[in-house]
Design a protein around this ligand. Sequence first.
Ligand code: 13P
Length: 252
Amino acid sequence: MSRRPFIAGNWKMYKTGPQAVETATDLAKLCSGINDPEIMIAPTNLSLPLVAQAIKSSVVKVGAQNLHFQREGAFTGEVSADMIKAAGAEYILIGHSERRQYFGETDTCVCQKIKATLGAGLKPVLCIGETEAQRDEGKTYFILDKQVSDGLKGCGLGELSDLVLAYEPVWAIGTGKTASIDQVGEVHQHLRSLLGRLFSKDLADRTRILYGGSVKPENVKDIMDIEDVDGALVGGASLDADKFIKIIKYNE
Ligand code: 13P
């Protein structure tokens, strides 16, 4: 089964609206004519509609980094899936380790956000990953299995056809430490078989599993060559269009 490679940039809390539009516009020009990989950038929610509008005729897609799971209501400071959709996004990152770590997001909350995303007709990128301590204690698979099974609890097989999974070991995010080829390969293979056990072999074969954590132009090719790695979720190195395009063109 061939899966379309996917390179996504998570811009975290970087760039004002005009700065985001400038980088997105530069990137869109550099990406002109590219069919594979699929490309997505996730600016802040404040920049999202500006970026989506600026690059709407390009191949670069836009995603959000977070949402509230309710459709609307008295939730000061929050943004719903419908609002994100109306702003021009196609994807939403859910359960990023920074959300789990600094904002107390639990697997239950992640699951509510997945359902809200699917309900709005958007595509979820479910982010999972173990901390260094959890890996050292031999709990990596226990943690990842829980994040996936609880995060997707109650989701129907038919709803998950656009699900993307992103494995981001917490100890590799923004640290310059990349997981080894063997570590990434083992985890991705494990995750695909887990999806098979939880849902179906067909869904497991179709679901794209991205790696994230210190991906850069220098290591992206080795990472993308790993079996069961279908793409990358890039933080720091996606903030600069000239650098990010080198990651997107990993095959050239
Ligand atoms: P870095 O690429 O900066 O390590 O960040 C990874 C990440 O958190 C993407 O979501």
